[in-house]
Structures are given as C-alpha cells and as structure tokens.
Ligand binder design. Structure first.
Ligand SMILES: [Zn+2]
Length: 141
C-alpha cells in the first residue's frame, strides 16, 4: 500500500468519525470497496477474517470460551435469556401470529433504532406490560 493511499484512508476515517459515523466506505486491497471502521480505518471484512483465524487457534478458542462463559453469567445475558423465554412463551400462546399494527410498530421501531445515539442500547423504549391475559390466564407477556 502506498503512503498516499494510507493517508487518504486515515483522513476518510477521521472525516467519518467527525460526522459521527462508525463506518465509511473505502477500498481494501484484499476485499475491494467495502465498509471500514471509522475508529481504526480498518476493513470490516479483514477484521472479521483476522478474528476468525485467531479464534481457530487454541489460544483464541480458549479466550473466546472464557469470554462466552463470563458473558453467559452477566446480568445482560440473564436478561436476554428471560426475554428469549418470554418470546418463546408468547409464540407458544399465540402461534406466532403478529397483531394487526405490527407493520406500523415495526416501522416505528426501525425509526427509533436509527435515531439511537451511538453506544446506547434500547431496552424498553416504553414501559412494557409485564403481565396480561392469555387464554383467560394471567401470564407474563
Ligand atoms: Zn479487507
């Protein structure tokens, strides 16, 4: 890679970062034109390849497993498990049939997520109803 190209890519990364973008499009010598990280100016596909290779090594596999074990006991992971069980219960109770305003809700959610500040997660944008009646029985919804 020539020095001029590296400066250009770094400058593009800095510009993207200044605009609040996490990624920008640049040309990778291996993958061609594609997304690059604003934080490091690195090719997203190259990062993924490198990570995949590292994970295949014994050291990488052990590090990944250690991370997974730690993650699975975290509060966030426990919360996700609860959400997953709730979703499974809902599918079981309703047969997975989406309600009539699902399309409207989906668009509103996409809008909400697209406007989410970087580094923030949307958990419950509006307070959710924790219990409701399914088949006449009070159940978690
Ligand atoms: Zn690449």
């Amino acid at each position: 890679m020539s020095n001029i190209k590296a400066i250009t890519k770094k400058q593009a990364a800095a510009d993207a970062k200044a605009q609040g973008l996490t990624q920008f499009t640049a040309v990778c010598t291996k993958h061609g034109e594609g997304p690059h990280q604003s934080s490091s100016a690195r090719c997203v596909a190259c990062n993924a390849d490198n990570h995949q290779q590292w994970r295949a090594t014994p050291k990488g596999r052990e590090a990944h497993n250690a991370y997974s074990r730690q993650w699975s006991t975290s509060e966030v992971a426990q919360h996700h498990q609860g959400e997953k069980r709730g979703a499974a219960d809902w599918r079981k109770a309703t047969g997975g049939t989406m309600h009539g305003w699902y399309v409207v809700e989906r668009d509103a959610l996409r809008q909400l997520y697209s406007e989410r500040p970087e580094g923030f997660a949307i958990d419950h944008a509006i307070p959710k109803k924790a219990y409701g009646r399914i088949d006449g029985k009070r159940q978690r919804v």
